[in-house]
Design a protein around this ligand. Structure first.
Ligand code: NAX
Length: 325
């Protein structure tokens, strides 16, 4: 069997890192065949040809084929995974509202294209920013795709928080379980270690509240900016890796006793208004995610979650005012 995986913005920095790893089996596994459907803007089709040439030259045994397109209805035809990475970057002088407008239109059209031509089992992962609200717009224009199949990426934030906590307590990343990111993939995101375990011990017994407030939360929230400052370019390999982690966990499930973070369409859990795309702790079994129920949330985390939700509500109002919802 061959599984079709679409990557948008495939000639961009994240797309370039993503395509080769998926082609080599990092998403579906070493025994599955993948067909890559790469979407780009017409102006980037030359660069995309170059990506396809390099993919060919890798001679991956797991790669059944590569199709290039500048039309979403062609690229998404029959795809089981749609990794929506391509987006308009924030340019000089652009306000956040301009960014929401430019990207909202892209995700409106891509949502409609997925609605028309994607496979029945399609799973949609939005990485392109503003990821949560882009996913909200795409979902609106793909009404027959189940809400549970539309998500946005907060796994990079999750992975960053796991790595930071592990480094702080001198443990390996594999020892950290039950990390949580709540809210928007933005500076208001809420990394939460209250329920995390390190080697089976509660993280709050190992780190103090001041470190969480003054180090973990701001470091994770500002990590993208720190990488731009250091590298002169935004995070690409780690964002691609997190996109694969997200989609792979969605198919293969979370480990027993662990969970992950995904931005999904809210069912009203934890006071997040129904329909907003917000990050939650989720378990995944048999390809279906479920928000972890019943977690106690202290006042500090509650206030942070409320601020992030307020930002998501504001973004929703803005795209609504633009006629995108
Ligand atoms: P690049 O500018 O390198 O690449 C974007 C690519 O998308 C370009 O090649 C462009 O031609 C293409 N593109 C633009 N509009 C398109 C459309 N309508 N259809 C198809 N392709 C289109 O950006 P890159 O560094 O790859 O980042 C991509 C997106 O990921 C950005 O929106 C960025 O903000 C976002 N990120 C999201 C992260 C997350 O955790 N959710 C983290 C990393 C990253 O910042």
């Amino acid at each position: 069997m061959v599984t079709s995986v679409a990557i948008t913005g495939a000639a961009g920095a994240i797309g370039y890192a993503l395509a080769f790893r998926i082609a080599s089996g990092a998403l579906l596994g070493p025994d599955e065949q993948v067909r890559l459907r790469l979407l780009e803007l017409p102006s980037a089709m030359g660069a995309l040809e170059g990506v396809a040439m390099e993919l060919e030259d890798c001679a991956f045994g797991t790669l059944a084929g590569v199709d290039l397109a500048d039309d979403a209805r062609v690229a998404f035809d029959g795809v089981s995974h749609a990794l929506l990475v391509g987006a308009r970057p924030r340019g000089p002088g652009m306000e956040r509202g301009d960014l929401l407008a430019a990207n909202g239109a892209i995700f409106r059209d891509q949502g409609a294209a997925l609605e028309a031509v994607a496979a029945d089992d399609v799973r949609i992962t939005v990485t392109g920013n503003p990821a949560n609200t882009n996913a909200l717009v795409a979902a609106h224009h793909a009404p027959s795709i189940p809400r549970s199949r539309i998500s946005a990426l907060t796994r990079l934030d999750h992975n960053r928080a796991v790595a930071r906590l592990a480094a702080k307590v001198g443990a390996g990343v594999a020892d950290v379980r039950r990390m949580t990111i709540w809210g928007n993939h933005s500076a208001t995101q809420v990394p939460d270690v209250a329920h995390a375990l390190v080697g089976g011990r509660p993280a709050p017994d190992l780190v103090d509240a001041a470190w969480i407030a003054d180090d973990l939360v701001p470091t994770v929230a500002q990590r993208g900016a720190a990488i731009i400052a250091a590298r002169g370019a935004s995070s690409a390999a780690s964002a691609a890796s997190a996109t694969i982690d997200h989609a792979r966990t969605w198919v293969h499930g979370t480990a027993e006793g662990d969970w992950t973070s995904m931005a999904v369409v809210s069912d009203g859990s934890y006071g997040v208004p129904e329909g907003l795309v917000s990050s939650f702790p989720v378990t995944v079994v048999d390809g279906e995610w479920r928000i972890v129920p019943g977690l106690a949330i202290d006042d500090v985390v509650r206030a942070r979650i409320d601020a992030s939700i307020a930002e998501l509500v504001d973004e929703r109002e803005q795209v609504r005012a633009l006629g995108l919802l």
